[in-house]
Design a binder for this molecule. Sequence first.
Ligand code: SF4
Ligand code: SF4
Length: 293
Amino acid sequence: MICNICPRKCNIDIDKYKGLCGKLGGKIRIAKIMRHEWEEPIISGKRGCGAIFFSHCNLKCCYCQNYQISHLGGGRDFSCNELAEIFKKLEQSDVENINLVTPTHYSNEILTALKIYKPNLPIVWNTSGYDDSETLKKLSDYVDIFLFDFKYFDSEKSKLYSKASDYFSVCLEAIKTARRLIPEDKIENGVMKKGIIIRHLVLPNMYNDSIKIFDEIFNQFGNQIFISVMSQFVPFYKACDYLELNTKLKPLEYKKVVSHIKKMGFKNGFLQDIDSASCKYTPNFNDDNFYEI
Ligand code: SF4
Ligand code: SF4
């Protein structure tokens, strides 16, 4: 099958060749299925998400904390029918929603699985934002919550760290598309049922880039949109190849971003504590811990 499902537009037969995301063939590779309690409080709620961590990734950031699965591709292979069975199993597990983590490169397969079985729970599309807007439109009858991780403003940075110089425009267009598809957020008893959250991880030595991202979010979507500012950067994987990334975020850098956001007047948001930079937020991807529900 020729794959052009994401903005990489590889245009190759993935039954024969690996795409830039690393996937090969029609199977869906999953690294972990777990009850996830560390997402934003309106996503994790009291019961946690039923998170499915997909292996491989179409963005491949050099500092990825989940590099064991995004770059190295560990995991088990499932068919669309088997993924639909996983949805059923999670639905019966007393979770707030089904959280599809890094799903973009499996958009077609996930859509097929959701057509086989749509659980009676919100479906969360937990993405880097490097999504094709036309693909997001096809998902709109099935996905309830878009959780974007808006990573870069500067195209030089996105090219350097994720080999995607068009990242900013692609991600912004994806969020605009999602906002058109879901014009209003719906929260019940403190838990999101429908809506959009825009996350951003502040990178070391890049607080100006973060500020530009939040300026853009405010200008495009106003002060009601849910934002989530994260400080949990730890220099994983190839971050050590870049002097500016091979360090933790300094409290002063984070403070500059947070005080800018506060001045802007966003009404809905979450701020991580600066001491959140720890490996404890990285799931254990050892295969022995594949199911942790
Ligand atoms: S999903 Fe993978 S194979 Fe398909 S276009 Fe994107 S990077 Fe290429
Ligand atoms: S940080 Fe997210 S988008 Fe980047 S490689 Fe890792 S999983 Fe993919």
